[in-house]
Design a protein around this ligand. Structure first.
Ligand code: MEV
Length: 328
């Protein structure tokens, strides 16, 4: 039985440990955060038009004529690709869609907005046609994610789908991490948008040029991530903070930090955080700081005074949620 409309909602994410190295088979620790992105989809009968509206952008295009062109992808291309893929799988014809995206996840700052769009769009569109589940949504969303950057580890789509706190190795089963107490994080936006694709390519060049050095750094990153997992289970904030600093040093060595990130880390250290590091691809984007929960407000004020946007986030344990489904 087909449906007339559906809504899917997913969280953004931060990477606590292991970004970039996860692309090369290392583990990473991921946390879903309570900044959500919702996709609303309505069926338009006897049409081939796909209407897409996001907070500040809109587009209408014919699905039949849609082809991906070589070169830079527009914001709408991955969404059109998702529509085409699902329509092909389900042998759907003569149907248009009205897609609305509402997001509290800022884009281009390492909080998983592109993965979130892929997961939520896939979920909302597939659930129009037949019952789907998180696993199938993840598999399909990864097809779209690989368009955006072909070496994607799948980490961003995975955490948006399953939520919570996760120990993740590419192409293997992930593990949910049980923790004693909630950890308090601040996300600080450098104000500099980055391209994940370009940063991943930069690390790839480094790994090829300085192969021995890269392998050594990767081994240290591996040990840090495994140790961090144990400390997180015990909610040992002092040790987690120390390991975040160690992890950041490695990211510096592979060339993905910049002046803005280093400045924020200095300001945060001075304000009394347990530890900070860049999160996601780097080259701009965001810094995360682990803070004592009773000091969160005070530290947030200090960083804001320096002119930065700060997001105090909590863990999101739900991941992908199918919000409302209406049968025809
Ligand atoms: C981007 O959020 C995380 C990276 O490790 C890339 C990836 O895992 O695909 C930089």
């Amino acid at each position: 039985m087909n449906r007339r409309e559906s809504i899917a909602s997913v969280p953004g994410k931060i990477i606590l440990f292991g970004e970039h190295f996860v692309v090369y088979g290392n583990p990473a620790i991921l946390m879903a955060v309570d900044l959500r992105l919702d996709v609303f989809v309505k069926v338009i009968q006897n049409s081939n038009k796909i209407y897409i509206r996001s907070d500040d952008k809109k587009n209408v295009a014919d699905l039949i004529n849609f082809e991906l062109k070589n070169g830079k992808l527009s914001f709408f291309d991955p969404i059109m690709f998702t529509c085409k893929m699902i329509f092909k799988q389900r042998m759907i014809q003569d149907m248009g869609l009205d897609i609305k995206i509402k997001s509290a996840i800022p884009n281009g700052i390492g909080l998983g907005s592109s993965g979130a769009v892929s997961v939520a769009t896939t979920a909302a569109i597939s659930s129009l046609f037949k019952k789907t589940n998180k696993k199938n949504v993840y598999i399909d969303a990864m097809e779209t994610e690989k368009l955006i950057h072909k070496y994607s580890s799948g980490a961003d789509c995975l955490i948006s789908t399953v939520g919570g706190l996760v120990y993740y190795i590419k192409d293997q089963k992930y593990k949910k991490i049980n923790y004693k107490d909630n950890l308090s994080f601040l996300i600080i936006d450098t104000g500099i948008k980055h391209s994940t694709k370009k940063m991943v390519q930069k690390v790839k060049r480094f790994s090829e040029k300085e192969n021995m050095q890269f392998l050594q750094i990767k081994k240290v990153a591996y040990d840090i991530c495994n140790e961090a997992m144990k400390k997180i289970q015990k909610s040992d904030e002092v040790e987690i903070g120390r390991l975040m600093k160690e992890n950041h040093k490695l990211l510096k060595q592979i060339g993905v930090t910049n002046k803005a990130i280093e400045r924020i880390i200095k300001i945060s250290d001075k304000a009394g955080v347990f530890g900070s590091k860049l999160t996601g691809a780097g080259g701009g984007g965001s810094v995360i700081s682990l803070v004592p929960s009773d000091e969160k407000k005070r530290i947030e004020r200090i960083i804001k005074k320096q002119g930065y946007d700060v997001f105090p986030v909590r863990i999101d344990n739900n991941g992908l949620v199918f919000k409302k489904i209406d049968s025809l």
